[in-house]
Design a protein around this ligand. Structure first.
Ligand SMILES: [Zn+2]
Length: 190
């Protein structure tokens, strides 16, 4: 049956293209915004536009910010010599929420020469003494860790990784805060 509702269907399809949103939820959201609460719809569209315009990645560490550098990089009370490597900016939210870490971060989403050079520059300029890998345990990630250790091997650094409490293959944002805090506190040699 043709409903002649192309604009509504377009909204449904757009929602459906978001992660974790299935067709039923997409229809519910589209109905809510178009019919039940159009004011919320306007607010949402403004917030989205504003975020796209202003939210970016910190040029230093790769976390999210709305200026050139993020608040964590700018925070002088944090320990410069401990660097925590994560694979996704979202992992920083999880670790910060667990209040278990007071060093700096570096987001390494993929291994390429530019990223490795940026990492090396930070390690040297901050005189980093310890690199913590806050990375989900998996075989591929073990290789990832070894590769980075090798690249930084000239710098006389202690390498550690979060261990206990973080289950294999589960991303950090889905680990409960207590387990995450514990796993940072009792990190082991990488
Ligand atoms: Zn930063």
């Amino acid at each position: 049956m043709k409903y002649n509702l192309s604009k509504f269907e377009n909204l449904v399809q757009t929602f459906e293209s978001l992660p974790t949103i299935g067709k039923k939820t997409a229809e519910r959201l589209a109905y809510h915004i178009a019919i039940s609460d159009p004011f919320l719809g306007k607010k949402l569209s403004f917030a989205i536009e504003n975020a796209i315009k202003h939210v970016r990645k910190c040029t230093n560490c790769g976390f999210l910010c709305e200026d050139e550098l993020c608040n964590i990089c700018l925070d002088e009370s944090r320990d410069n010599v401990i660097l925590c490597i994560v694979q996704n900016p979202k992992d920083i939210f999880a670790i910060e929420e667990s209040s278990s870490f007071n060093g700096k971060y570096f987001v390494l989403e993929e291994l390429n020469n530019d990223n490795i050079t940026a990492l090396k520059n930070i390690v040297t300029s901050h005189n980093v003494q310890e690199v913590i890998f806050a990375i989900t345990p998996s075989l591929a990630n073990e290789a990832f860790i070894l590769y980075i250790e090798d690249k930084l091997s000239n710098n006389n650094i202690k390498f550690t990784k979060i261990a206990q409490g973080v289950p294999t293959g589960v991303s950090l944002e889905n680990v409960d805060l207590l387990s995450l805090a514990k796993s940072i506190e009792i990190r082991v040699k990488a």
